[in-house]
Design a protein around this ligand. Sequence first.
Ligand code: PEP
Ligand code: MN
Length: 332
Amino acid sequence: MIIALKPGVDAGKEKQLIDWFKEMGLGVHTSVGSERTVLGLIGDTSKVDMELVESLEIVDSVKRVSETFKMCNRKFHPEDTVISVGDVKIGGGNFAIMAGPCSVESEKQIVEVARDVKAAGAAILRGGAFKPRTSPYDFQGLKAEGLEYLKIAKQETGLPIVTELMSITDIPLFEDVDIIQIGARNMQNFNLLQEVGKLNKPILLKRGLANTLKELLMSAEYIMANGNENVILCERGIRTYSDYTRNTLDLSAVPMLHELSHLPVIVDPSHATGIARLVPPMALAATAAGADGLIIEVHNDPMHALCDGAQSLRPEEFATLAGKINAVRTVI
Ligand code: PEP
Ligand code: MN
């Protein structure tokens, strides 16, 4: 249930109302907008007398929210959420490009790529240290050592870092990581979602390979219900009948998620297509569709990459793309 208060209501009366809901065993999510405050009730609201609430002097309107996702629901929080990572902002008209290799391979590699993507206009450095690989025989990432190299690249360039967390037991290693990525394969690892929900740092939540938008939002809800409201949603392609691309990029997810949720939505054209030459057109299309950012794989030597070389742009290709992304942003 959402309760829109009248503009400029008395703070004491607002608190009284919130306390009353809490006494009924409900959670209250307060969203202070530029014009009015919206209270979102979480829990079993069947016993709340809507007419009584509506008749209160400070209340403008009362609506039941039929969706099962509440905290990430735009009805609960009408204004866009803006996520801050250092000086970088994502959402609410702020656009950020995250770029870097699929996996961190050495200190030299990640520092070099970090310098290149920064020069081209990336705001955040990506790089996997813990890699979810389909085959147990493939390179699994440099793990803790990879995180150390990421931190060095951050020191060298000033770029905040985003990297994937696969297991609850590794959380202590991620203290200096700026954005924790929850990968597609872990989108419904509910224990992991609950634990990152207790952290105080942004979470990049990627859509699962075969998950619906509602399921993605329910996973965001897991994180938010545990206290962490800094969630960035990521469309990274889903499994359909695509035979020539790695996945199918569901670009309609961008405007649909924006309609349903206040959370920022970014797009990963690299994993969506699996083919480097398809990354620029899809990145531009995602930008035009209103994405709040992009996450793009860039490698200084894609032919010898330990992971996802075929979908990685060379730094100079990324620089050209970044210029075109800016041009599309200017137009839209
Ligand atoms: C990645 O970003 O490196 C990755 C593994 O992505 P996804 O979880 O979307 O497959
Ligand atoms: Mn990858």
